[in-house]
Design a protein around this ligand. Sequence first.
Ligand code: TXA
Ligand code: MG
Length: 348
Amino acid sequence: MQTEIITIHDPAAMSADIDRAAAVIRRGGLVVFPTETVYGLGGDATSAEAARRIYAAKGRPSDNPLIIHVADPADAGRYAHTDDLFDRLAAAFMPGPLTVIMPRRPCIPLSTTGGLETVAVRCPSHPVAHALIAAAGVPIAAPSANLSGSPSPTCAAHVIKDLSGRVDMILDGGEADIGLESTIVKLDKDQHGEYLTLLRPGGITCDALSCVCERVVIAPAVCEQLAADQRPLSPGMKYKHYAPKTPVVLLDGDGQDVLAFLQKEQAAAPCAILCYDEEIPSLRPEGLLPVGKRADLAAQAHALFGRLREADTLGASVIYAHLPPKEGLGLALYNRMIRAAAHTVKKV
Ligand code: TXA
Ligand code: MG
């Protein structure tokens, strides 16, 4: 398949390109588009055939459901059974990096939801994503636009490397702002009332969610490794994720101890290191991949996936990185990195 790549320089002057991309979606084709989180691999969410194509292009198991993207949170009720809690979440966080799981309406085929009776709905804030969904006139099903198992793409170059020849069109809208995938919550109820189950942490933090819903329960798979016989609440959590080919080891310890360990390792053999900016002067430049200042979690989120891809090209036998804190945006970093490292944490 020939993949057409279109660079969007000015979102204000993109309507002809967007109309062509929307036509591709409507005829069942695949268009990669930028969002504020990561790039998405989009197809018509109401078409079982488009879902099949998405799974094939990504090399993804078809029991791993797709998020459907809408142009306006008010459209969610056409595809899912929304409720008051959804409306409050939408008012607080949409458009933006939040995905909400709700019971599915029949117009969304089971092939899109991986056979589940629920559907994940998100309304992205990126102007290109918004314009594409609005012009398509159908909700757009879109997983992250990477080959299954590699880090999510945060710029068009990552997408081109993974999916060139496998999709009809790629819209290049520059670097993704946040750099980690959306926060995913499920709306739940028990005898004490409503609550949110956090299935995947992202740009909308637990603290922010707690302002809208008092009870937020973090699903075990967010931080822990599930036993082989345990079923995660979100099918995606059972798959190996964000994994560079080079083994990743997360270092847990005091700043000075970690630095001393890294200096010793660098002297012994070449290694790749996702380091904080403050550590640059104390380490050798070979293999160093700075991710931002220690306290700047947003910069680290923005840099992480690109740096993991780069680290994999260095020919090192190991990639070292810091174990992130679990607070605020740190929880999203922790969740992605613990998977990239296949839960390998070294205490130093
Ligand atoms: O930021 C994002 O969410 C990006 C952009 C493109 O919007 N999309 C994304 O999609 O990360 P994907 O397919 O890579 O990850 C979606 C996750 C998967 O782990 C999937 O299992 C879970 O959402 N998911 C989707 N529908 C679900 C459902 N009905 N119930 C439980 N989990 C669901
Ligand atoms: Mg993904």
